[in-house]
Design a protein around this ligand. Sequence first.
Ligand SMILES: Nc1ncnc2c1ncn2[C@@H]1O[C@H](COP(=O)(O)OP(=O)(O)O)[C@@H](O)[C@H]1O
Ligand SMILES: [Mg+2]
Length: 211
Amino acid sequence: MRPTLPELLERIRALRAKAGNARVLLGLVGEPGSGKSTLATSLRHALEADGIPTAIVPMDGFHLANRELQRLGRAGRKGAIDTFDGWGYAALLERLRARADEVVYAPAYERAIEESVGSAIPVPPEVEVILTEGNYLLIPDEPWNRVAALLDEVWFLGLDPEVRRARLLARHVEFGKPPQTAQAWVETVDEANAALIAATSTRADLVVTLD
Ligand SMILES: Nc1ncnc2c1ncn2[C@@H]1O[C@H](COP(=O)(O)OP(=O)(O)O)[C@@H](O)[C@H]1O
Ligand SMILES: [Mg+2]
């Protein structure tokens, strides 16, 4: 499906109608560089322009710290499923689903320093739509299976693989990797993750093809 932004917003409106007074939690999943963060930002702007308080809670905020990755011997494949705190992510989504009276703080991933920063994203109780985006939202094993169970829908974002890899490469270079290192990283680490993620698309509520 190649829906337009207004069509996607209409689908979120339908989810809100179905949810009644409850919050809507929507997941965006896709291979590295498929456009998850970009689409989440566009959706948030459009929803907020409509007067709907919206927050983005990225799975990327649950990257393990670099020193913990070093300790575990996994620094060379940062971005793989075992380099994230999946249990922490699921627990945070549970708190967001429960919609407590207090501000819930989510961590953000800072690409410039390649570390997560805790409590960077405040989610006040009045937030009505939570967009959460990342690689492993549809993995069927614990703890990741808890994630999809907490979400109203999960959309899988598909993008032409050549375009996706080119954008991913450009992003690595933009954030400081030398071009050859970036190319090797895309071909090994990112592509291995991409294969795992692509296999989960059949579990999505909607497959969105992007350009
Ligand atoms: N429609 C688009 N046209 C051109 N570049 C895009 C488009 N959407 C995303 N990008 C760029 O492609 C890269 C990957 O997109 P991003 O949203 O970061 O993907 P993801 O979060 O899935 O890894 C980013 O550098 C982003 O700016
Ligand atoms: Mg992203």
